[in-house]
Design a protein around this ligand. Structure first.
Ligand code: FES
Length: 459
């Protein structure tokens, strides 16, 4: 659209409804503001969300509904106008017996986005080489004490949690794809990807889905985390880095796997890089951050909801059409990851990137199993220990009082990564890159074993 030319729309001509999801049609998108018309069938919703720096005006063209702004609810009636300041949580539901049509007008996003931002990779480079000015909030090397400053429902069984430094100090920089390792008050150690914009240095936002078979992490967060809770976390770490030299990106997100992908899309938007997203969820009601994604550029967001489509997501056509050189980033449940891996087997493996948050259930190498016994030698203490066939290296280290921090214990989170000085590793993790596995400098002691008779660990 040529932003220099006057444009005129007849709004009545744009009204259109979709019984599955509310219908959104962008109108203007110019440097000063963006606008769109949104049509709701009775009962359809705009999920509760907020815009960190965007003020917003809603003009009600026709119909009835109810808007929630902060803690308050207000009736939505025809010919009314609603102003929503930046940073205020808001959501809307159309009345059960009325269609609703709204005109949205918003100020632009974070200054510097969409072509006005920092030069390519500049913030990433700062983050990588530690040149950002950071007010110290660290407890010890690599550790932070953060306060939960907001907890909000984002979709069914998904909440977003905002973390800030007490007193509002600037936080350490992070790259898109990074995560925080969090020590929960119930003693568990869990990893959560950061979904917020890497240019925001005052907060980290994580998304947490209530896992159907939670082992105590996500359930605890959903039930007990409140504003004011203090958490000990790692500094941001990145096991799923974005290749910033790619020409374009295909993002495949499954469920809560959207969190690192969202941060990557923010970077693409800010740097004018082409991207497209397939967001696969079991139910449309579980699709978190959908408002945020549509606000960034809805035309490149393809939502696959199993309950609406009547089938599981099939990545094959998306990967078959993906041009060579397009980098694929996939994060989601193990079953989806395996499907994507198979569908991407014809592509250059250096252009296909995965982040697991659970090991596949058909794990080829479960423990205990038909394994061989091997020896580990601890370089610093000189101790030698035997790892029997039915125990992991981590089991043996813990049994001998050698502390190794662990979390998933299934090779996905990278918490227990341990340096290896000598020996051939039998890698069984889902987090090292093929190159890292080939280099053989470290292993996940919770799952990986030895090909050789002996491994020398950097412990
Ligand atoms: S504890 Fe997560 S990879 Fe070992």
């Amino acid at each position: 659209m040529d932003t220099q030319l006057m444009q005129q729309f007849v709004l009545n001509d744009l009204i259109e409804y979709d019984p599955k999801l509310r219908m959104r049609k962008p109108l203007f998108k110019v440097p000063a503001f963006v606008s769109e018309i949104v049509c709701y069938e009775p009962g359809q919703v705009t999920a509760t969300h907020h815009h960190p720096v965007q003020d917003e005006i809603w003009v009600v063209l026709e119909g009835y509904g109810e808007i929630t702004i902060g803690e308050e609810k207000h009736a939505v009636v025809p010919s009314s106008m609603i102003y929503i300041p930046a940073g205020i949580r808001h959501g809307l539901v159309a009345a059960p017996d009325s269609r609703l049509v709204l005109l949205f007008i918003k100020t632009p996003g974070i200054p510097g986005a969409a072509g006005h931002g920092p030069s390519e990779g500049s913030a990433l480079s700062q983050a990588a080489n530690g040149t950002s000015s950071t007010t110290p909030v660290a407890l010890a090397a690599g550790q932070l004490q953060l306060e939960v400053t907001d907890v909000q429902a984002e979709a069914r069984d998904v909440i977003q949690v905002e973390l800030r430094a007490p007193g509002g100090a600037e936080l350490p920089a992070f790259e898109p794809g990074a995560h925080l390792a969090i020590d929960l008050p119930n003693g568990l150690h869990r990893h959560y990807s950061i979904s917020s914009d890497w240019r925001e240095r005052s907060r980290y936002v994580i998304g947490v889905a209530r896992a159907a078979q939670s082992r105590g992490g996500s359930l605890f967060i959903h039930q007990h985390l409140r504003r004011g809770t203090m958490l000990r976390t790692s500094s941001p770490r990145n096991g799923f880095p974005l290749n910033t030299t790619a020409k374009q990106y295909l993002f495949l997100a499954g469920g809560i796997g959207i969190t690192p992908i969202l941060a990557m899309i923010r970077w693409c938007q800010a740097n004018g890089r082409p991207w497209r997203l397939v967001y696969a969820v079991r139910s449309a009601q579980r699709a978190a951050f959908l408002e945020t994604l549509h606000d960034m550029d809805g035309q490149f967001v393809h939502l696959h909801a199993d309950d609406l489509a009547g089938c599981y997501f099939d990545p094959t056509p998306w990967l078959a059409q993906a041009p060579q050189g397009e980098h694929v980033y996939c994060c989601g449940p193990a079953a989806m990851m395996e499907t994507v891996k198979a569908a991407a087997s014809h592509r250059d493996p250096n252009t296909v990137h995965f982040e697991y948050f659970a090991a596949p259930t058909n794990d080829m190498n479960p423990l205990p199993g038909n394994e061989k016994t091997f020896m580990i030698e601890l370089r610093k203490s000189g101790r030698t220990l035997e790892v029997p066939r039915d125990k992991s290296v981590l089991d043996i280290l813990e049994a001998n009082g050698i502390p190794v921090v662990s979390s998933c214990r299934e090779g996905t989170c990278r918490t227990c990564e341990t340096g290896v000085c000598e020996g051939a590793i039998d890698h069984r993790d889902y987090c090292l890159t093929p190159q890292e596995q080939q280099d053989g400098r470290s292993m996940m002691v919770c799952v990986s074993r030895a090909k050789s008779e002996r491994l020398v660990l950097d412990l």
